[in-house]
Design a protein. Structure first.
Length: 638
């Protein structure tokens, strides 16, 4: 993780935690080196010097305590707390037993190589965590506020909404806000994974975590730090590892039964042949101890969660936030993918492409009336009408404004009731209107219950929408569907252009949920249904789907809360990338499971028949664990 770039008095908890972790790593390295030196001295004295036996034994015992004392202590503490069967118990029982039968050097050797393996495993895990940490090193260290004409660096958490902050070139934007002065290029890579910087100027919204490359920006804060984009992202990534995928849960349950089973088998292997067949006790106790060392489930317990952690990190680097390993795993089983239209498959950047006026009105009058009717709305269609009108709207002339989701708006203009919306709105109000054949979205206008005209709004399909749908089908998705509140001709045209399997148009928000529930019944057994929308108006559908995916909704509270996956750019093809990452993660995880169980099973069998020494046991435990962890970290390098 990067070091603090803010003032010295600012405390950076992330850096402090990293320093503590580095100190602990150095301490383990020193202890390991010390144990190796004393162990080597003990072996040299044992085999090369003619001294009393207690000297080499004392040296070997000292090296064992240095190398394995913490393992034995953890095993003892776990027994006291009721967590008896784990790798600490297995290693302690095996090595103490080896001491008991006079295999001093083997006992220390097993613990030495176990600790070496643990050291490299921890190094691999630290590398994985560091990769995530560097990716998520977007937490701002300070914010520059303007106080009495002076610039003061303070904690971002202490900055109130409405305050003005200064961001110099090279500094992170600490809080979400709107630029009120200045402009330039900002690096959004840590949020979106995009390599190209974005140009911003006065009036543009900027998100915390981005970096100003070449401009001095004055920003008015619009959200407190706890609700800022950077805080939400960090919270999502930190919580993601706590949501286990089904494979992880299986390994947890497997270890719970596996460990006591192998302890029982080791005990039976050690005592049954001597008791029943009268065979040599030392030989069979040795075999039981070897069996214990081999049976440690470290490779599975460590590498599988690391595999999902690596997959989540890989997705984050590509601008895809996955809220947990369970959702990453579920992406492998997509059967039906349902898309919202506006802002998802299309750009959501509407423009007026036509105006139809009734005989009593001119096109200019229709556009002006529509602009007044939509002046209080922030809907993209309303904004496009206001932009096309271009004039000033005296909002003092307006009263009793109502915005009806899925219908349109209603307002009183100089005492006259104005309606602006779709055909459903006019039909509900009993206003007859002509049915135009047009490829755009129709906004009908009525004044005092009489039809005044209509405005045609067109939206542009995103350049990668078709590629995304074809990519999903190539990866096994059975059906792609579009749900939209837009009119049927427009929806059918876009569905045909993008090769969608089904399209349902003119839906209200609650009707989208109903249609989604119908599609749920049609998915194959074990299949998952995903809904991808812009995360603003589609929160109910996002929450209802097996996997809710918000696209381009990073600044939306609804997207963050309702979605399971957040695509941080306006690119539908990111979903295909997420599916590929999920598939790679599953491959790595199952490679580890098969490899670990296969090798352990073989060496356990060899150990039971006396064909595997402690060295084989060490390889089966530490070697397999290390190889599995290294395999899991491949996800971070791809």
């Amino acid at each position: 993780m990067g070091k603090c770039s803010g003032p010295q008095e600012t405390v950076c908890e992330c850096c402090h935690g990293e320093e503590q972790e580095n100190e602990g790593h150095k301490g383990k390295l020193i202890r390991l080196a010390t144990g190796i030196v004393i162990f080597s001295a003990g072996l040299a004295v044992l085999y090369l010097a003619d001294v009393h036996a207690f000297i080499p034994v004392g040296l070997l015992l000292a090296s064992y305590i240095i190398l394995g004392g913490d393992v034995v202590l953890r095993a003892f503490r776990n027994i006291l707390s009721g967590r008896i069967f784990d790798e600490n118990l297995l290693m302690s029982a095996a090595t103490i037993g080896a001491f008991a039968i006079g295999e001093f050097s083997e006992a220390v050797t097993v613990m030495l190589f176990y600790q070496i393996g643990e050291f490299f495993q921890e190094a691999a895990v630290r590398k994985s965590r560091k990769s995530i940490s560097e990716l998520m090193d977007i937490r701002p260290d300070y914010a520059n506020i303007i106080t009495d004409g002076n610039i003061t660096a303070v904690s971002p958490g202490s900055v109130e909404v409405g305050r003005h902050i200064i961001v110099r070139p090279g500094e992170k934007i600490p809080l979400d806000g709107v630029i009120i002065d200045g402009g330039g290029l900002i690096d959004t890579g840590s949020l979106t994974g995009e390599s190209l910087p974005r140009f911003v100027t006065a009036g543009d919204t900027v998100l915390s975590g981005c970096v100003s490359q070449n401009g001095l920006l004055t920003i008015e804060v619009t959200k407190p730090f706890g609700e800022s984009t950077v805080a939400k992202i960090i919270d999502l990534v930190e919580k993601a590892s706590g949501r286990k995928a089904p494979t992880e849960s299986f390994i947890t349950r497997f270890s719970r039964y596996y460990t006591p089973a192998v302890v029982l088998l080791a005990v039976l292997l050690a005592i049954a042949p001597p008791l029943i067949l009268g065979l040599e006790w030392a030989e069979w106790i040795h075999r039981g101890l070897v069996f214990l060392v081999i049976s440690c489930p470290c490779a599975l317990v460590i590498s599988i969660p690391l595999g999902f952690f690596g997959g989540i990190g890989k997705a984050s680097r590509n601008g895809i936030l996955v809220k947990g390993g369970n959702f990453l795993e579920a992406l492998n089983d997509l059967d039906i993918v349902v898309f919202d239209k506006t802002g998802t498959l299309t750009k959501g950047l509407f423009s007026v492409t036509g105006v139809h006026a009734a005989p009593a009105y001119t096109e200019k009058q229709v556009l002006e009336i529509a602009a007044f009717a939509e002046s209080f709305s922030n809907h993209p269609i309303a904004l496009s009408i206001s932009e096309a009108y271009g004039g000033n709207v005296d909002k003092g002339m307006l009263s009793d404004f109502k915005e009806m989701a899925g219908f349109g708006t209603s307002v009183l203009l100089d005492g006259k009731r104005i309606l602006a919306g779709n055909g459903k709105l006019l039909a509900t109000e009993g206003v007859p209107f002509p049915d135009f054949e047009d490829t755009g979205t129709m906004v009908h206008i009525a004044v005092q219950g009489e039809y005044a005209g209509s405005i045609v709004i067109s939206d542009e399909v995103r350049p990668d929408s078709r590629e995304a749908i074809l990519g999903l089908k190539a990866r096994g998705v059975g059906k792609t569907v579009m749900l939209t509140g837009d009119n049927t001709p427009v929806a059918e045209r876009i569905a045909s252009e993008l090769s969608l399997d089904e399209v349902y148009a003119q839906l209200l928000p609650h009707e989208k949920v109903e249609r989604l529930e119908e599609l749920e019944k049609a998915k194959r057994p074990g299949g998952k249904l995903a809904f991808i929308g812009d995360g603003i108006n589609d929160a109910p559908v996002l929450a209802r789907a097996d996997i809710g995916i918000a696209m381009g909704g990073l600044g939306s509270d609804a997207a963050i809360e309702a979605a399971d996956v957040v695509l941080m750019t306006d690119e539908p093809y990111k979903l295909v990338t997420a599916v590929d990452i999920a598939a790679a993660t599953r491959r790595v995880v199952w490679q580890n499971i098969i490899f670990a169980l296969g090798v352990k099973g073989l060496v356990l069998l060899l150990g039971a028949f006396g064909l595997a020494s402690m060295w084989g046991a060490v390889f089966a435990d530490v070697g397999v664990s290390l190889l599995a962890v290294l395999n899991a970290t491949r996800l971070l390098r791809r």
